[in-house]
Design a protein around this ligand. Structure first.
Ligand code: NAD
Length: 479
């Protein structure tokens, strides 16, 4: 599909949005039910397509790509009537007697741009939220995973959503630029921070609301009372899942000096037990490793040490100790199987180190004392925080997800996903038949009455009786 067709694709998408509008919420929920069955029936197709395009190991696709989509589809199907329902809102004193409500309307035809590292999940989930809210979607998957994008569109169509409710645009940066010129009602972007800034700038020029899910540099803080075996296993998983090509991958581990040696021993055992082909597939963009190699060399020159792995092979699991905040390796996203360890003496120091990076997507804390764990959690700058686990919570259909700082803005999953793709409209209905209190003429007497009322109601300066008398007088004025 070349860029010449992009305006046509958006025209079809807008027509499909009109068809979607005719679909009741109950019928939308029926389509979601069908979608849930299709995801499960076509599990093997999905796994094969993703594995074929990325080389991932099949178990990885089931856990990280498919499971979150099944779970989220079920969640939206069950909660859609509640999410889409309009709500009555009670009004404060001066407005009492009138009625108000808020309702959600689908935003329109939207653009979803997704990356290659979890190509099914990260294209499917925003598309699902958009369709649940009643929007049509133009999906721009990564140019490395177009077949996965096409499969997603096929599944939504088979589920009974109107024709062209999900269309796929293949291509790269230029395709996105042309698509943005079509003024989609929303842009949902998942990808690197640098690209996110480009997309956000274009959206700002057209005042298109955009949601940005960007890069990460997740810290893990180990507390002195942590179960070292579980922690070492969990961190090995968190660091090397999908061969480190994961936005929420653990990349910086902060270890108390007092337990550094026993923890390192456990970690080496776990990392050396990893097997390519069983636990993870290939690195998809090895050409991106040159910058990382330079950062590793610089870190080694500044005092970092190799715990396991080969410093010139960051495509293989590599663990470095003594990585400090003044090294670029401590701050830059690696997107490769490279884990950095840093020791600390006090918990405030660990929190300072964790928050040092300009990313704020996810973090984890490992330990046993609940009070200390909570104290650390409450100070971490990350959109998602795990306690004694990693990565898994990101796939929870019920939990909101999104980053702080350079990791993006906006939240999705569950209600937040539905809200992003909706316009929230507030409706105020007057009950009285005469003139309203605030209408002209603005007489001096009206000024005093309103002032007394505001002071009494919000500040309590004058007796309530006087206020009620004034209020009665005001009401009489409107007759
Ligand atoms: P990327 O930024 O290179 O590409 C993302 C998408 O943007 C792709 O569809 C790509 O075709 C498109 N694109 C690329 N250049 C563009 C440009 N100049 N203008 C407009 N669009 C452009 O990212 P990637 O390499 O596909 O994915 C890896 C990145 O995504 C990592 O930084 C990772 O942390 C991040 N990521 C974030 C999350 C999250 O939820 N926060 C999830 C997964 C990946």
């Amino acid at each position: 599909m070349n860029s010449i067709n992009i305006p046509e694709i958006f025209a079809r998408s807008r027509a499909s949005f009109e068809a979607l509008r005719q679909l009741s919420v109950a019928n939308r929920a029926v389509c979601l039910k069908q979608l849930q069955y299709l995801l499960q029936e076509r599990m093997e197709d999905i796994v094969q397509t993703v594995c074929g395009e990325t080389g991932k190991v099949p178990a990885e696709v089931l856990f990280s790509d498919l499971y979150p989509c099944l779970s989220a589809t079920r969640w939206y199907r069950r909660h859609l009537p509640r999410l889409a329902r309009s709500r009555r809102v009670s009004l404060s004193l001066l407005l009492v007697g009138n009625t108000a409500q808020e309702e959600y309307r689908p935003a329109g035809s939207v653009l979803v741009i997704s990356p290659w590292n979890f190509p099914f999940q990260l294209a499917f989930l925003p598309t699902l939220a958009a369709l649940s809210a009643g929007c049509s979607v133009v999906l721009k998957p990564s140019s490395l995973t177009p077949k996965t994008g096409l499969l997603i569109a096929e599944l939504f169509e088979q589920a009974g959503f109107p024709a062209n409710a999900v269309q796929v645009l293949t291509g790269g940066a230029e395709t996105v630029q042309t698509a943005l010129e079509q003024s989609p009602a929303r842009v949902f972007f998942t990808g690197s921070t640098d690209t996110g800034k480009i997309v956000a700038t274009r959206c700002a020029q057209k005042l298109i609301p955009c949601l940005l899910e960007l890069g990460g540099k997740a810290p893990a803080i180990i507390l002195p009372d942590a179960d070292l075996n579980r922690t070492a296993r969990g961190i090995t998983y968190g660091a090397f899942v999908n061969r480190g090509q994961t936005c929420v991958a653990v990349t910086r581990v902060l270890v108390p000096q007092s337990i550094a040696e026993p923890f390192y021993t456990q970690l080496i055992t776990q990392v050396n037990g990893l097997q390519e082909g069983r636990d993870y597939g290939p690195l998809l963009l090895p050409q991106r490793l040159n910058d990382l190699r330079r950062s590793i060399q610089a870190a080694l020159a500044q005092g970092a040490r190799v715990l396991t792995g080969q410093p010139d092979r960051p495509d293989q699991p590599l663990v470095l100790t003594g990585v400090t905040p003044d090294m670029s390796l401590f701050n830059e996203e690696c997107f490769a199987p490279v884990l950095c360890l840093t020791t600390f003496d006090t918990i405030p120091h660990a929190i300072e180190l964790a928050n040092h990076a300009h990313y704020g997507l996810s973090a984890s804390v490992w330990g046993q004392d609940k009070k200390t764990l909570q104290a650390v959690v409450s100070q971490l700058q990350a959109g998602h925080i795990s306690v004694n686990d990693v990565v898994k919570g990101v796939g929870a259909a019920e939990l909101s997800f999104g980053g702080l700082k350079d990791s993006g803005w906006g939240r999705y999953h569950a209600q937040d996903g539905f809200n992003f793709f909706s316009d929230k409209i507030s409706i105020f209905r007057a009950r009285s038949t005469g003139a309203e209190l605030n209408w002209f003429p603005y007489t001096p007497r009206l000024y005093t009455q309103i002032k007394n009322f505001l002071e009494a109601f919000y500040g309590g300066k004058i007796g309530r009786l006087q206020v009620w008398l004034d209020l009665l007088a005001l009401r009489r004025r409107t007759k």
